[in-house]
Design a protein around this ligand. Structure first.
Ligand SMILES: [Fe+2]
Length: 599
């Protein structure tokens, strides 16, 4: 069993508590309306992560490499080696299980591989269970002699080592649950191997290395035919340290996990999933993605057990019996746009791929950080209703109305390029007369830089205000109006915006998804209409039924606060930047794009 980090549970409980406070709160109006906290804290980005993105901006060239395990010498592995040669990456990670004695001895197998790949691509080894101590298929030391380390690695090559590629990536290779030269490579809390790995990960973070990839032969969470052989302590360490990507073999199939913050053997825990990966995009730093690719070509081809509870941890899987299915390998690119992984079939048309985005923002969209707002404190009922208490209630309620009106004006004025997060428009958002291709990642998209929402100042004309039941009734109608408008704006922003809301000729290339290129475009026969804020008029009841009590005044205040919280959420959404999610699918047309973006 793999332990679930207690922090996950705690943070959820804390969030629930915070919301409870919102509902039960008294406010000092001014303090509540102000924003507090630093932008980086609000966005969940540590200072270290923030600075670690700096090398990307300097235009460091991409890292390109391939990976795969369970190789042998077969027509399928020959086809996979051809893909490795064609890709011509900076190195290839061989994830264990090498010759299966298809060619003996070890140096003859190495020579065969080199003859297929060429000498230009370093092949970095780690042992599988077919070449550790006592295996009949050769010994890892003999393979390491003929396919030696070529990446200037630190540690024990082919058993427990790492190498850096600039400050962009650290690749760590380990051989858990295997015995090499009499040494048991077990990773248990507090033992030397565990400590070595923790130090290798922490050292990379401390040095500002952007990406951490850990490769090994054996697996833990899998819907193939293997079990958690690497052990829960290692699995927890990889996840708790937020290793970006873990590559494994051993299961002779292909599996790509969801992005995980925890995992439990034989039990699917939904709250462990930070991102289900259904859109093939993960945000960096939210969790760990595991990829099993033990189907390079050697030995038998195995199937996926979709009734295995651990299958629910997977975002994609392919094995024997699936259609299409077959052998292949991983192609991985890391650049300023993130980490992009593709499974490329050598004997199958099956394909899969994903991006781990470059920053801790949603997907690959580059949104602005929004500072956290203060949380209002507890609401207490007044001993007696005072003019001041009712007046404060009215001010809170009218703040919602003024904010809602400001947002409505903001939307109706026409959406500009900077109002959208960079990289946020996906093919589904585009009109069918716009044709796109998905290709290599473009440069890091620009951040959203939204227009300010102009909010009218509070009216100071309240000389006639008095503490009466009628005034309380008027206040209640103000809250109702505010809530109705806040709800209407939320609905409009929940996928009802259209290209008709966008000022023509404004959207730049940077708003498109980073892998999206427009290849052809024409204006549709009719352009989509702009959206409207559709307010449902609140039901009115007579003022004669209003309870003129302190308890009712406190209830009113809670309602007023809740309405401000609701409208503030929408304000924060606009401050972060709009994304394709705010738009109705298929409504961004050629006319919305700036000259030159479309052919
Ligand atoms: Fe194997």
């Amino acid at each position: 069993m793999i332990r679930r980090p207690a922090g996950l549970v705690r943070s959820r409980a804390a969030r629930g508590l915070a919301w409870g406070l919102v509902i039960l709160a008294v406010i000092l109006v001014g303090a509540f309306f102000a924003r507090q906290g630093s932008p980086s804290a609000a966005a969940g980005i540590s200072p270290q992560e923030a600075t670690a993105t700096t090398p990307q901006a300097s235009g460091v060239s991409a890292i390109r490499f391939t990976a795969g395990g369970d190789v042998g010498t077969t027509s399928a592995s020959d086809a996979s080696w051809q893909k490795v040669a064609d890709f011509g990456g900076d190195f290839h990670l061989l994830l264990g299980d090498l010759s299966y004695s298809d060619i003996e001895p070890e140096d003859a197998w190495c020579a065969d591989v080199i003859s297929k790949v060429g000498a230009g691509v370093p092949i970095q080894l780690v042992s599988g269970n077919h070449e550790d101590d006592g295996s009949d298929d050769g010994h890892i030391n003999n393979f390491a002699a003929c396919l030696p380390d070529r990446m200037n690695s630190t540690g024990i090559y082919a058993a427990e080592y790492y190498f850096d590629v600039g400050t962009e990536a650290r690749v760590i290779m380990i051989a858990p649950d295997l015995t090499i030269d009499g040494e048991d490579y077990d990773y248990e809390v507090g033992n030397p191997h565990y400590d070595w790995l923790a130090a290798a990960i922490d050292g990379a973070r401390a040095a500002g290395v952007e990406w951490i990839v850990v490769g090994m032969h054996k697996t833990c969470i899998t819907a193939g035919n293997k079990s958690c052989e690497i052990g829960p302590d290692l699995m927890d360490l990889l996840i708790d340290r937020r290793v970006d990507l873990v590559l494994q073999g051993h299961d002779h199939d292909y599996q790509r996990s969801k992005q995980l913050t925890c995992a439990e053997v034989d039990v699917f825990v939904a709250s462990c999933v930070a991102d289900d990966g259904a859109d093939d995009a993960y945000a960096k730093g939210r969790g760990t993605v595991f990829v099993i690719a033990g189907n390079f070509g050697g030995s038998g081809f195995t199937g996926i057990d979709r009734s295995d509870p651990e299958f629910a941890y997977m975002a994609a899987a392919m094995g024997d019996g699936d259609d299409p299915s077959g052998r292949g390998l991983l192609q991985i690119e890391i650049d300023s746009g993130g980490l992009r992984l593709e499974f490329v079939g050598s004997t199958t048309d099956y394909s899969d791929g994903f991006v781990i985005g470059p920053s801790a923002t949603a997907g690959t969209a580059n949104c602005s950080a929004v500072p956290a707002r203060g949380v209002p404190s507890e609401v207490r009922a007044p001993a007696a209703i005072s003019r001041g208490y009712l007046k404060a209630n009215q001010r809170i309620g009218s703040a919602t109305v003024r904010r809602a009106n400001g947002i409505d004006r903001w939307l109706n004025a026409g959406i500009l390029d900077g109002d959208l997060c960079g990289g946020s428009l996906e093919p589904a958002d585009l009109d069918s007369n716009v044709t796109v291709t998905s290709g290599p990642l473009g440069p890091t998209p620009p951040r959203a830089n939204p227009r300010t929402v102009a909010i009218a100042p509070a009216s100071q004309r309240n000389a006639a205000f008095s503490a009466t039941a009628i005034q309380m009734c008027i206040n209640q109608r103000i809250y109702q109006t505010g809530i109705a408008r806040a709800n209407a704006l939320k609905a409009r922003l929940a996928g009802r915006l259209t290209g008709g809301d966008v000022v023509d000729g404004t959207l730049t290339r940077g708003r498109l998804g980073r892998d999206v290129t427009i290849t052809a475009a024409s204006a549709p026969p009719s352009l989509p209409a702009a959206s409207r804020t559709k307010v449902t008029a609140p039901a009115r009841q007579g003022c004669g039924k209003v309870k003129f009590t302190g308890a009712q005044a406190a209830v009113n205040r809670r309602i007023a606060i809740a309405s401000v919280v609701r409208i503030n959420e929408t304000l924060d959404q606009l401050s972060a930047g709009l994304t394709g999610e705010n738009f109705k699918d298929g409504t961004i047309t050629k006319v919305d794009f700036a000259p030159g973006v479309t052919p």
